[in-house]
Design a protein around this ligand. Structure first.
Ligand code: ADP
Ligand code: ZN
Ligand code: ZN
Length: 664
């Protein structure tokens, strides 16, 4: 007896069996409507099996096959199987999570947009060439083009402004020319409106499907269908785009591969970068990882010979050079209101010359603490182990961990003192200070608070690119990908907290952030300067940054990781849990650690509470499992994830995170 094994969006780790019957023939990859309880649901046939654990009399046939979208291909299903198995998530949920909601619903799909711009048979879309490639770019393009038609992973290590995007565009032109599709992944589309514009400029009559999580469902469905039908020649998107079927995939590009936002932090906790490599392998095409500051994992793989290294060592614009990086020693320079004198003078000099400055501070809000000096009280969140952040503009206190907010109290709730002080500083306070110092300057603040509404960020960034604004104050949002021609100075205010962090990835992240943010300056003829305020000017990380020596920095970091037994020298998974009482969380994790015997070479650590233990009313802890052998770790995780659901008490939430990168 033949049965169809169907993936359904149900939180249990199994497929559902239906009778294969000749009146409604269906095969792997078909979307089908099936009876489920009293309702009908849409699922995906994953395989055809012989026999079922369910009694034959109880098996039902499917209702119908949906043919309004192409069936999901074998290599797409293979990718889903891999992700499901590697990240320990049921196949049904993995498949469902990869499909736009509309493809999982009983509603018919929206009408197809006009026919493909270039139906197969006509000429490939034209490519409007940018600059003639320089020697480094030409070499990289040549190597990667030579690898088209087969799987190979490249690391395109190019300093900021070295012309990596130009390289991607030329490669994509080649791929389209061959009648294939190209997939380009970027960390966050909203942050790089210029990138989409550049793609459209380079390929004015290509069909480009743009995919990211902020899209409305209909738009996402259209883009997805364009890709799946093979009509979009280019798919440009965030990590979720890597889950889109593309029948003629010929190239995968991952821009800013080091960026942490490629890792999904909920549901299927996959790495978009790692999934891209799997995708390239299945589609038998090259994968290009581009960045100025590779992740240590990628650098390690490169040195081990698994990836081919291509280097762009110079800025592409003739005459443009990397910024000069200097430190301002906070032990000898006083920093009134957070800005040291050399920093203020450097900004003043830029203002006098009509150039732009960027002041980078990795903290939004006005001040991170509101405190009473009389009794020592500080405003805290009731639901989190965290202080409330002062937001001066609308006079609110906000928790940056759970979103709770309240009005700023008139006086201290414990002693009644009305003189409450904001301590420390965030972007809003720095903006205020700068406005006081430079009353005539146009100051633009860019952080998540200033750009909540859709489209605001893109418009602000475009304005800044055209020279609107003299001083930019901002967070991480400013570090990525933007090209501001008149920006010549970057000041970094509070880098030290990362140096003192207990997270072993903090130094790697700080180096990448500073190199990226510094890379915003001096992208044209005027040279750029970066000033970092620090109490540790002699720190090796700053020394490497000043020399623009990523390789040296990476080598010292890798040596530290190796001697401490951290990734990439070992592989890790985290079991995280949260319950209303820490005791319950810890009891579960302790029991979980003994649930399945660890095979040789797999080490289970003791559970540890998160630094911010309570978040939104839940007490959180995690335990780490480590192994130098990926297969051994995977074997353990399979047995473990099968046993865990029965061990979890009700009211406790838990998940496994394979290759975790966030530790708070
Ligand atoms: P990256 O992506 O490496 O940061 P981009 O591709 O954005 O660099 O290029 C940086 C700048 O250099 C852009 O203004 C781009 O137009 C310019 N550029 C790229 N390649 C060349 C080239 N071969 N000759 C001159 N300018 C170039
Ligand atoms: Zn008080
Ligand atoms: Zn909170």
């Amino acid at each position: 007896m033949r049965v169809l094994r169907v993936a359904l969006e149900v939180p249990v780790a199994k497929l559902f069996d239906y009778l294969a019957d000749d009146r409604t023939p269906a095969g792997p990859g078909d979307r089908v409507v099936v009876p489920f309880g009293a309702r009908e649901r849409v699922g995906v046939v994953v395989e055809i099996g012989e026999g079922s654990a369910v009694a034959t009399a109880r098996l039902k046939p499917i209702v119908r096959v949906l043919d309004d979208a192409p069936p999901l291909s074998a290599d797409w299903l293979e990718q889903m199987r891999f992700l499901s198995s590697y990240y320990q998530r049921p196949l049904g949920e993995t498949v469902a999570g990869a499909l736009p909601a509309r493809l999982r619903s009983l509603k018919p799909l929206p009408k197809q947009r006009g026919p493909a711009a270039h139906p197969s048979g006509t000429a490939a879309p034209r490519y409007v060439a940018g600059h003639e490639p320089n020697a480094g770019q030409a070499l990289a393009i040549g190597r990667i083009c030579g690898a088209l038609g087969g799987f190979r992973t490249f690391l395109l290590h190019g300093i900021t402004g070295s012309g990596k995007t130009e390289v991607y565009l030329r490669l994509i032109a080649q791929v389209i020319e061959r009648g294939q599709q190209a997939l380009a992944l970027v960390p966050e589309i909203g942050l790089t409106p210029q990138l989409e514009a550049r793609f459209r400029q380079a390929f004015p009559d290509a069909r480009i499907a743009v995919l990211h999580s902020a899209l409305q469902d209909t738009a996402r469905t259209h883009a997805w269908l364009d890709a799946a039908r093979g009509e979009a020649q280019i798919v440009l998107g965030t990590r979720l785009a890597v889950l889109t079927p593309m029948p003629r995939l010929g190239l995968v590009v991952v821009d800013e591969e080091h960026d942490a936002s490629f890792k999904q932090q909920e549901g299927l906790r996959y790495s978009g970068r790692d999934a891209a490599i799997v995708r390239g392998k299945l589609a038998n095409c090259p994968v290009v990882l581009g960045t100025a500051t590779p992740s240590l994992e990628t650098w390690f793989n490169c040195r081990a010979g698994r990836y081919e290294l291509l280097t762009l060592a110079e800025r592409a614009v003739p005459g443009a050079t990397l910024p000069v990086v200097g430190t301002v020693d906070l032990r000898s320079e006083t920093a009134e209101h957070g800005l040291a004198k050399p920093v203020i003078e450097a900004i003043a000099a830029r203002l006098a010359r009509g150039e732009q400055s960027l002041v980078f501070i990795n903290r939004r809000g006005y001040a991170p603490v509101l405190a009473c000096e009389a009794c020592g009280w500080a405003a805290g969140c009731n639901r989190c182990t965290a202080r409330l952040v002062v937001h001066a503009a609308d006079r609110r206190l906000r928790c940056h961990h759970c979103g709770a907010e309240q009005a700023i109290p008139r006086g201290c709730p414990t002693c009644g003192n009305v003189d409450l002080r904001p301590l420390g500083r965030g972007t809003q306070r720095v903006e205020e200070t700068l406005a006081g110092l430079f009353p005539a300057a146009r100051i633009v603040r860019i952080d998540r608070d200033s750009s909540r509404r859709r489209g605001v960020l893109a418009r602000t960034l475009e304005g800044v690119g055209r020279g609107e604004g003299d001083i930019l104050v901002g967070t991480q949002l400013l570090a990525k990908g933007h090209d501001f021609p008149s920006l010549t100075l970057v000041c970094v205010l509070n880098a030290d907290s990362a140096l003192l962090s207990t997270d072993y990835r903090a130094a790697e992240r700080l180096f990448a952030t500073l190199a990226q943010v510094g890379g915003r300056s001096g992208r044209r003829e005027q040279p750029g300067e970066v000033l970092v305020q620090t109490r540790y000017p002699g720190h090796p990380m700053f020394q490497a940054l000043m020399r623009h020596d990523y390789a040296g920095f990476a080598q010292s970091q890798l040596a530290e990781r190796e001697s401490a037994g951290f990734p990439p020298y070992v592989h890790e998974a985290a079991l995280r849990a949260e319950a209303t009482r820490l005791q319950a969380t810890m009891a579960f994790l302790k029991a979980a650690a003994r649930l399945v015997p660890a095979p040789a070479g797999v080490r289970i650590y003791d559970p540890v509470a998160h630094v911010i233990t309570r978040r939104a009313g839940y007490e959180r802890a995690q335990l780490i499992v480590q192994s130098a052998s990926r297969p051994a770790l995977q074997e353990f995780l399979h047995a473990w994830s099968a046993a865990l659901p029965a061990a979890a008490p009700s009211g406790l939430r838990w998940h496994l995170d394979v290759d975790p990168i966030e530790f708070d």
